[in-house]
Design a protein around this ligand. Structure first.
Ligand SMILES: Cc1cc2nc3c(=O)[nH]c(=O)nc-3n(C[C@H](O)[C@H](O)[C@H](O)COP(=O)(O)O)c2cc1C
Length: 392
């Protein structure tokens, strides 16, 4: 029998699914409900010193949808609106009611040693299990010199990590930004400064779109907007890449985040090094209830593979990530057409022709592959509306 239990830096997780720092963890009552429904823990909406001004814009969200499905989500939201005292009371309430759930305090403060250390010292005396340093919010906060302004600088992120580690009595995870040319450089810098682990990724800086009648960008804040943070299914490949790159360069624990919408995504993150999974957008668009299928799906998968726990899955794909130069280029894949599914629309023929290779043709109602011309790129298999083409 497999278990979903896992242990990271001495912290016991009853399952590896926790809520990311975001609206689903902005209120104590909501976190209480999420714990009742089975989430293994929560990273609180980022806590700041009470005097840090937090005035929200409206609208603050925009979405890229395919049909009714939110695939990409942009926000220009700021941080927690609860006071520090409300968090202190909330943490105590949650610990009493949910003794086995993991509570992680996400924090951010101005770049002043005393401000960071005061926040940490106050939270040290609570029942939280760890800190997560938000060095990565891409909107609003960078204008004040914090958020992503910290996480894009090796010097500032190392300095603040050192300040925090001087006083923190709980493990310290640093939440990294994908909006850098090398996430590894920042990860290495904060690891050298004493970080105990990483959380990756925060949102990807974005501009959702422009209304072509009014020329107003989205999300529309009285006709204007600012660059926001992109999240949800669309960012999974970016998060997965970031986590893999961090894992290839560090053995510290990683809280994997970014576009995780089901157990399958979670398992992929684990394969590239994530110890625990955080979810935000999928919960915002579908509710806390998704945890049930996530837990049962991952457990079934682990059992099917003969793994005892999530720890057995960790890093399984890392050895298969390599440089382009070292990839085996001696063998080519070729498309195989399933005639029973093929609609004979000729779309694959057109795109193959117009994207360089001209290896497909429609002959007597069948798609024919010219193996000499085919380079095995796989484009045809991705554009087929009937999923009639498989690469072999
Ligand atoms: C509306 C919204 C608010 C967020 N607020 C915070 C925040 O306060 N602190 C933080 O560290 N990350 C914040 N995030 C980022 C998420 O924690 C997460 O890193 C990101 O959304 C990627 O995960 P996802 O694709 O599962 O949403 C926020 C994300 C969204 C969508």
């Amino acid at each position: 029998m497999a278990t979903l239990k896992t242990n990271v830096l001495g912290i016991d997780f009853e399952n590896p699914f926790i809520l990311a720092s975001a609206p689903p963890t902005a209120k104590i009552e909501s976190i209480d409900k999420a714990f009742d429904l089975g989430w293994g823990g929560a990273v609180f909406k980022t806590i700041t010193p009470d005097n840090l001004e937090m005035i929200e814009a409206s609208q603050r969200y925009a979405a890229w949808k395919v049909g009714h499905r939110v695939c990409g989500f942009e926000n220009i939201e700021l941080l927690s609106h609860l006071t520090l005292q409300q968090w202190l009371d909330g943490i105590e309430f949650l610990r009493k009611k949910h003794p086995s759930k993991v509570q992680i305090a996400s924090i951010m403060a101005p770049v002043v040693k005393q401000e960071w250390q005061n926040l940490v010292k106050t939270l040290n005396d609570t029942a939280i299990d760890a800190f997560e340093l938000n060095f990565s919010c891409p909107h609003g906060m960078p204008e004040k010199g914090i958020g992503m302004a910290i996480g894009t600088s090796v010097e500032v992120s190392s300095m603040i990590t050192t300040w925090v580690k001087e006083v923190a009595q709980k493990p310290v995870f640093v939440k990294l930004s994908p909006n850098v040319s090398s996430i590894v450089k920042i990860a290495q810098a904060v690891e050298n400064a004493g970080a105990d682990g990483f959380a990756a990724i925060n949102t990807v800086q974005s501009l959702m779109g422009i209304d072509l009648d009014t020329f107003e960008p989205m999300p529309d804040v009285n006709g204007k907007t600012t660059y926001g943070g992109y999240s949800g299914m669309a960012v999974k490949p970016i998060g997965l890449r970031c986590v893999a790159q961090i894992r290839q360069n560090s053995n510290l624990p990683i809280l994997g985040i970014g576009g995780i919408s089901n157990w399958h995504d979670a398992a992929e993150y684990m394969c590239v090094g994530a110890d625990v999974i955080q979810v935000c957008t999928e919960v915002m668009v579908n509710g806390y209830g998704i945890i049930k299928a996530m837990k049962s799906g991952l457990l079934d998968y682990l059992e099917g593979k003969g793994f005892a726990s999530p720890a057995d899955l960790k890093n399984r794909a890392i050895a298969n990530l390599s440089t382009h130069e070292s990839l085996d280029k001696t063998r080519r894949a070729h498309p195989e057409i399933d005639d029973s599914l093929c609609a004979r629309c000729g779309h694959c023929v057109t795109v193959c022709d117009e994207s360089e290779h001209s290896a497909l043709s429609l002959v007597d109602g069948h798609i024919v592959v010219d193996r000499k011309a085919c380079v095995g790129c796989s484009l045809c298999s991705h554009v087929c509306a009937k999923s009639a083409i498989r690469m072999k």
